[in-house]
Design a protein around this ligand. Sequence first.
Ligand code: FEO
Length: 380
Amino acid sequence: MKDIIYVGVNDYDIELFEGQYPVDHGMSYNSYLINDEKIAVMDSVDKGFSDKWLQNVEKALAGKKPDYLVISHMEPDHSGSIVEFTKKYPNATLVSTDKAFKFLVQFYGDVKNNKVVVKEGETLSLGKHTLKFIMAPMVHWPEVMFTYDEYEKVLFSADGFGKFGTLDYDDPEGWACEARRYYFGIVGKYGNQVQAVLKKLQGVEVKAICPLHGPVLDDNLSYYLGLYDTWSKYEAESKGVFIPVASVYGNTMDAAEKLKEMLEKKGIKAVVCDLNRDSMTEAFEDAFRYDRIVFASVTYNGTIFPSMNTFIEGLVERGYQNKKVGIIENGTWAPMAGKVILEKLSKLKNIEILEPTVKLTSRLDEVSLKQLEDLANNLE
Ligand code: FEO
């Protein structure tokens, strides 16, 4: 990218993104400056980083003044420094959607700078660079827009193609792992809306994608676009069985581990997750990633254990669908977990329930072991 300068920041101190996603390797809030006859800054950053961001902008400006601030998304991790920007650059024009300007007032009150409202397909010329605006409503807020730089063929994709982690964190698991957790955690409910914007991009030559979090993507773009297509169609990315477990004394977990062993003997990948101790956000990611899932829960207060309840509610919220599903329930005197899980899953599309439901009446015994074997066979 010749005229596009990165002016974003890394947040090394954040522990929970959006108050619920653990980010052991921090987060980046990206912002870019397009240097042309007219200068556009693309989005601001979280308010905790206003000073650092404005320093980055000033350095990139090299003595000039910005003409525009393009606002893709009003969530405060990106809009939090807009007011500081307008104080420093009162002559810069803000460019965004009608809805974004409404949200701007809701969050920050009246902002005096000139404002230009843009709509689908409208353009803004900076000189050589022409910016074309592509509306991306509900990816994952209603005011969101993407911007396509027709000159350098760069797509500014708001939260789309975002990833957890600071930019200097060299993730040994590559881009997809934390981008997938980000997608299914934050954007996943809005697969249809992601599909809609991907369709608008069909036939558009994209040489680089500049998201608001995570690295600029400038090679092998079909890989990233392909993953977003798979994820947003709710198609499984990988073959395997994900086994989320809510166990109290370890007996339900023993059954889950036994199932994993049986599946692995058949050459099937199986991943067990302890919903009481492992990250719930990783669990959402794996639930969407694999094509099969087995819910294993103890009965508690006549229903399912709280962690399993939270997990399934999270799947329902995100439009979970297109899976083969097995169930392991445990209950010493009145097992109810299987019935409750089935009721909750009945709200979802294209869920195939596999027989049998494995019934533990405290721990694995001869009868439940046979049921587990039958379930493992049906998961093949
Ligand atoms: Fe990165 Fe939706 O804010």
